[in-house]
Design a binder for this molecule. Structure first.
Ligand code: NDP
Ligand code: MG
Length: 399
């Protein structure tokens, strides 16, 4: 049976964050499926030279550069005739709301990704969501908007894609719990005392996944899994106690869904983001694509272990924030972003990342039903608090 779509009905894809790890994997998927997918809009922040190469190759309808300095450099270069450069505050909004756009892949890192996701949902678009921070910050508001606008959110995060795929074997009410798998990052098996002097270079060595710097550090602290607990809670409308985490060093099983009758379904594939990206872009169809396949003759064993909450206290924060909701997600997310960037700059130790997040979370002004502008204000406050905490700590060392 020929499953190819009829000519002229290629899905038009906007890739927000096209120069990043997810963005470039997405373009690889588009390259492999030219009869189905078309790059319609590309956005980047600072890497304008890479973006220029992408524009020359894909000749999209729209392109945008968000960092002002990079935008000036980019604007000096001629573009293909069919490509329009969008600038100004509304550039992303104009790109994602073009009536001809079918899917918006949101692969900007951090809280900066919220606006594009929000505007895409507001325009009623299908969102292929890689930017988990969107749901961590504003899960209930984002899900409400998607429902109101009849817009679909398809997960790209590999665990959530796995859960979404396995969930199709039953009804939402038949789900007993989900089990998120975690590689454990480069420090799996280590104890707290082993982690006191970890350098950014050590923390950036992920054993199974090749990803952007921020999420790689999040994997090393296991904050990534904390953010994924919160993401899953809102995306699938689960109670926090229905979400479990298990370590799985091989990163082959991408998560489990346990149904009420005790049956457990999993999704397996090698650690390669092309597959969850492709599934979100071609959903509900499955087609041959560029993702690596499991080599069954090389597969020796699949291991599972309980996570160590003493060494990786970030996980506790994830459960707590998933339980409390309200402003907690925005505060945890912003504190973590600020802490990770301070760690990468050599201004904060590895163990201080979850420590400062805990402090900021405990001292914030909690509100149960915040608006989007309140969440943005909490985000700004949390980043300042992290800087204040680092300065206070440096002063106490000098004294
Ligand atoms: P990268 O750091 O590799 O890429 C981030 C992208 O966002 C780049 O295109 C970057 O542009 C752009 N960007 C950065 N800051 C801004 C900003 N302030 N405004 C607009 N655009 C910005 O990240 P990843 O691809 O690794 O991750 C992207 C998202 O996907 C994250 O939310 C992450 O949690 C999630 N994710 C990633 C996975 C992975 O395997 N990498 C797996 C699951 C989820 P430029 O490079 O031009 O500066
Ligand atoms: Mg993940």
């Amino acid at each position: 049976m020929n499953l190819s779509p009829p000519a002229g009905s290629r899905r038009r894809i906007v890739v927000l964050g096209s120069t990043g790890s997810i963005g470039t994997s997405c373009l690889k998927v588009i390259d492999a499926l030219p009869e189905r997918l078309q790059a319609w809009g590309l956005s980047a922040h600072s890497r304008w030279e890479e973006l220029l190469q992408q524009v020359e190759h894909y000749r999209p309808r729209y392109v945008s550069v968000t960092d002002p300095q990079a935008a000036r450099a980019f604007a000096r270069h001629p573009l293909p005739v069919e490509t329009r450069l969008l600038d100004g505050d509304d550039a992303i909004g104009a790109m994602v709301s073009d009536p001809e756009v079918d899917v918006v892949l949101t692969a900007i890192v951090g809280a900066a990704g919220l606006t594009g996701t929000w505007l895409a949902l507001q325009a009623g678009k299908t969102v292929a969501l890689a930017n988990k921070e969107t749901l961590v910050m504003a899960g209930p508001l984002v899900m409400e908007l998607a429902q109101k606008k009849n817009a679909r959110i398809l997960p790209v995060d590999s665990e959530h894609s796995a859960i979404f795929q396995a969930m199709q074997a039953g009804q939402p009410r038949e789900i007993h719990r989900i089990v998120l798998t975690a590689s454990g990052g480069p420090f799996r098996g280590k104890k707290r005392e082993d982690l006191a002097n970890i350098t950014p270079d050590q923390a950036l060595q992920h054993p199974t996944w090749s990803m952007g710097r921020k999420i790689t550090i999040d994997s090393a602290t296991m904050m990534n899994k904390a953010l994924e607990i919160i993401e899953a809670r809102w995306l699938f409308n689960l109670r926090p106690e229905q979400i479990q985490v298990i370590l799985h060093p091989e990163s082959v099983v991408h998560s489990f869904v346990e149904f009420t009758d005790g049956s457990v379904l999993a999704q397996l594939s090698p650690p390669d983001m092309c597959l969850p990206i492709q599934y979100a872009l071609t959903y509900p169809e499955r087609v041959d694509g560029p993702a690596k396949r499991l080599q069954w003759d090389e597969l020796r064993s699949l291991n599972f272990q309980q996570p160590d909450l003493e060494t990786f206290p970030a996980l506790r924060l994830g459960y707590e924030v998933a339980r409390r909701g309200g402003t907690c997600g925005a505060v945890l997310n912003a504190a973590n972003e600020a802490a990770v960037s301070a760690f990468l700059e050599g201004e904060l130790s590895f163990l201080d990342i979850p420590r400062v997040c805990r402090e900021v979370l405990d001292h914030h002004h909690y509100s149960e039903w915040p608006t989007l502008s309140e969440l943005n204000a909490q985000d700004r406050w949390s980043r300042q608090e992290v800087l204040r905490w680092i300065t206070a700590k440096a002063h106490s060392r000098i004294r």
